[in-house]
Design a protein around this ligand. Structure first.
Ligand code: GTP
Ligand code: MG
Length: 338
């Protein structure tokens, strides 16, 4: 036994930094990305999301632990796997970066530092803090548009909402969960961060755009934006639909008053105003009703997901104890359910 108590040993333990790289068909770059990343972290995991090239083999040969999705489940699903593996491996810091060589692994220490110093729970590598990355103008425009939209919608300000270069503390790993499966996961993460109240820090990073974009920029932008709209409407449906609903109904009433006034003056029905009243009032009613319905669904689902989350936690703790000691005490009667 040493003279140190367990507390001081805990304080002295070297923090475990793990890097996770979501990949889809990155055989050209992943080898060098893994090798460069290994210099800055304790271990590297690659989430191979149904690649049909040699991504997995090359990653493993370069020294990464590879987790394969049997089929392509999307970027967000891969991030979900990365967070889960990070939790599983008791990472103190989980760094996520792209596998296509656009991120520079030598930026990793800059992302890790604020977490180790306990100055933040989430660090976002930002392409916009310093004018280092010479990305094409239209890309910057699109990325900035998505960032403004995400910041406004989530209420959490980040200078580069679409960055794939991020780092999470153990606390963040525990608290942040995602449901989006595609590229909108980066935006959704901002909603989760905003809700959790975790501390976020932006750190400048270098990005290289040697290759041309793989995705159609318009399709990609519209895709993320529409998911963003869904995220907002799920988060605050009554606000999003109810407010315009009430405004439309008020405007409809305004038209109605004019119809009445005109009628009492001239005994004539102002047909235009009457039509306006009916249309606006109906549209407002529809919006308000949609907001109420979505709000009700949200409340119902919250109950449902809490239930689901508890079941999953029980299942996970059952698996963990199985792994360590093969004692199974959490399974009682679950298989009798239909
Ligand atoms: N797991 C998983 N990863 C993906 C998927 N699509 C892309 N990726 C990975 O996510 C990272 C970022 O994807 P990119 O296609 O480079 O996205 P981007 O950097 O915004 O776009 P580019 O400017 O065209 O490179 C890379 O490591 C990809 O391999 C997917 O469907 N599943
Ligand atoms: Mg890329």
């Amino acid at each position: 036994m040493s003279q140190h108590g367990p507390a001081s040993e805990q304080a002295k333990r070297k923090p475990q930094v793990i890097a996770a790289i979501p990949c889809l068909n990155e055989e050209r770059f992943i080898g060098s990305v893994v090798l460069k990343t290994r210099k800055h972290v304790d271990s590297v995991i690659v989430i191979d999301d149904g690649s049909c090239d040699a991504t997995a083999e090359i990653s493993a040969a370069a020294g990464a632990k590879v987790y394969k999705h049997g089929e392509n489940r999307g970027y967000g699903a891969a991030i979900r796997t990365a967070l889960a593996k990070g939790r599983r491996m008791h990472a103190d810091v989980l760094v996520v970066l792209d596998g296509d060589g656009q991120h520079n692994p030598s930026d990793i220490p800059n992302l890790v530092k604020p977490l180790i110093a306990n100055k933040a729970d989430v660090v976002v590598g930002s392409r916009f803090l310093e004018k280092k990355s010479k990305s094409p103008f239209y890309r910057r425009l699109g990325q900035q548009a998505l960032t403004v939209a995400t910041n406004v919608a989530s209420g959490q300000k980040v200078s580069d909402s679409q960055s794939g270069f991020r780092a999470y503390s153990a606390k963040a790993l525990k608290e942040l969960t995602l449901t989006e499966s595609g590229m909108s996961a980066s935006s959704e993460m901002q909603f989760a961060i905003s809700k959790s109240g975790l501390r976020v820090v932006d750190v400048p990073i270098d990005v290289s755009y040697l290759e041309s974009a793989k995705r159609n920029p318009i399709g990609h932008g519209v895709g993320v934006l529409s998911r963003l709209l869904v995220l907002v409407s799920l988060r605050q449906p009554l606000l999003l639909f109810g407010t315009p609903g009430v405004i439309l109904m008020a405007a409809g009433l305004g038209f109605g008053i004019r119809v009445l006034a005109r009628y009492s003056e001239t005994r004539e029905l102002a047909i235009g105003n009457a039509l306006g009243m009916i249309l606006l009032f109906l549209a407002g009613l529809l919006a308000l009703f949609s907001g109420l319905m979505l709000q009700a669904m949200k409340e119902l689902m919250r109950g449902g997901t809490a239930e689901l989350a508890r079941e999953m936690r029980e299942y996970a703790s059952g698996m963990e104890s199985e792994e360590s000691g093969r004692d199974r005490h959490h399974h009682h009667g679950t298989d009798s359910m239909s």
